[in-house]
Design a binder for this molecule. Structure first.
Ligand SMILES: Cc1cc2nc3c(=O)[nH]c(=O)nc-3n(C[C@H](O)[C@H](O)[C@H](O)COP(=O)(O)OP(=O)(O)OC[C@H]3O[C@@H](n4cnc5c(N)ncnc54)[C@H](O)[C@@H]3O)c2cc1C
Length: 371
């Protein structure tokens, strides 16, 4: 029987552990806290699932397969994890990122529709879109209950036979092994799925970690999922969705925040983040301008220079899985299948995920501009 130690029970590590346990590997999943603990990126209350990725068709196809993966996971767990409320992309220019996305989605037979900005009134109780060129509607996009989905995935991995060990693992140089409390444990493969902790553990990952403030506003009941869908203003680097689970309408900036330390950093949102989100609400959804902040979370991005992930063999049998760059949650079930194929030797990871020099770009997630 093949063996693997997966370090990190965020959504990436938990999904890989589940996939490999299902495939008959002997799996040990090591997590320093608990799956779903609030320091991990996967413990955001919600994460968006969308297939649009500009002119990139690889991530678009992966997201579409992941949607099926989430559905299967829901059936297995017997619980709702994904609200398919749809997503409205708010396109500021006729021939930009959203236009490229629509072309790719159509080529991949992923449903989408190009709409007039006035159609915004169909989706939102109150909407101002006079600055927009068009809307791109993705009916099968939506909102994942992220923290819960992470706990469920780790639980299913355990039920499938993975052993969950609560400990802080330390790399053993050059060996497919980890050190836990002075004891060295070996396996055929070790996967370090350590999110924002990865750059401390391994030199030369080129991952930077930033503080990201997330805001939810108290809005009337009509601003709830599924009546109000998810929305992304790529050009203005702002996104959100209707209320899920009573934590309020999400409206938050995607701009990269200041450098952050995930273990000890204080998790208090800044007044500037509140002002930026409220300013956007005032202009796009004017009736929410005075909505009180209901719920906040501080999370962190683990960013590579080009927003492409890191999936690379550091030494024989030792794999680094990180640099999610703020757009990795949705893909987890499909990414786990892809990573399982890499660990099995069925295929090599794409060149894009390697440890080569990267050209800076944010384009897979946001334009990096503000409104
Ligand atoms: C504000 C925000 C919004 C986002 N929005 C979206 C979105 O809408 N859609 C989307 O798809 N993605 C989104 N993302 C990205 C998504 O959350 C991440 O891609 C995903 O959660 C990464 O999961 P992970 O498992 O790699 O990392 P994490 O969830 O951070 O997990 C890493 C785990 O490793 C553990 N660990 C680290 N070191 C050790 C060690 N030495 N020993 C033991 N355990 C260790 C940590 O405790 C942690 O639990 C967003 C991220 C943020 C911050």
């Amino acid at each position: 029987m093949k063996s693997v130690i997966v370090v990190g029970a965020g959504i990436w590590g938990s999904s890989v552990a589940l996939r490999l346990a299902d495939a008959g590997w002997a799996v040990t999943l090591v997590e320093q806290h608990k799956p779903g603990h609030v320091r991990q990126a996967s413990a955001g209350e919600t994460r968006l699932l969308r297939c649009a990725h500009g002119d990139d068709d690889w991530y678009a196809g992966l997201a579409w397969r992941a949607r099926d993966g989430w559905r299967r996971l829901e059936e297995r767990a017997g619980e709702r994890l994904y609200h398919e409320a749809g997503m409205v992309w708010l396109a500021g220019t006729p021939d930009g990122w959203e236009h490229a996305s629509a072309r790719v989605l159509k080529n991949l037979d992923i449903p989408c529709e190009v709409l007039d900005p006035r159609d915004g009134a169909r989706f939102f109780p109150d909407f101002r879109g006079d600055d927009l060129s068009f809307l791109l509607w993705e009916p099968h996009a939506g909102v994942l209950r992220a923290r819960r989905a992470t706990q469920v995935t780790a639980g299913l991995a355990e039920a499938a036979g993975a052993r969950l060990v609560r400990a802080r693992a330390v790399p053993v140089a050059g060996a497919a092994a980890v050190e836990i409390d002075g004891e060295v444990r070996r396996a055929d493969r070790v996967v370090w799925a350590c999110g924002a902790w990865l750059p401390e553990l391994f030199e030369g990952t080129s991952i930077t970690v930033t503080k990201q403030d997330t805001l939810h506003f108290a809005a009337p009941p009509a601003w709830s999922v599924p009546e109000t869908p998810a929305w992304v203003d790529y050009g203005a680097s702002v996104y959100g969705h209707g209320d899920v689970d009573g934590v309020g309408m999400k409206a938050t900036s995607d701009l990269e925040g200041p450098p952050y330390e995930p273990e000890h950093g204080e998790r208090v949102v800044g007044a500037d983040s509140v002002e930026r989100a409220r300013g956007y609400l005032r202009r796009r959804f004017p009736s929410l301008a005075g909505a009180p902040v209901l719920f906040t979370q501080v999370c962190q991005y683990a960013l590579t220079p080009d927003a492409e992930w890191l999936i690379a063999e550091a030494s024989p049998g030792v794999w680094l899985l990180g640099g999610d760059s703020g757009h990795g949650f949705k893909h987890a079930p499909a990414l786990a299948a892809y990573v399982a194929g890499v660990l099995d030797g069925d295929h090599a990871p794409e060149h894009r995920f390697g440890r080569h020099e990267r050209t800076p770009s944010r384009g897979l997630r946001t334009s990096g501009e503000t409104w």
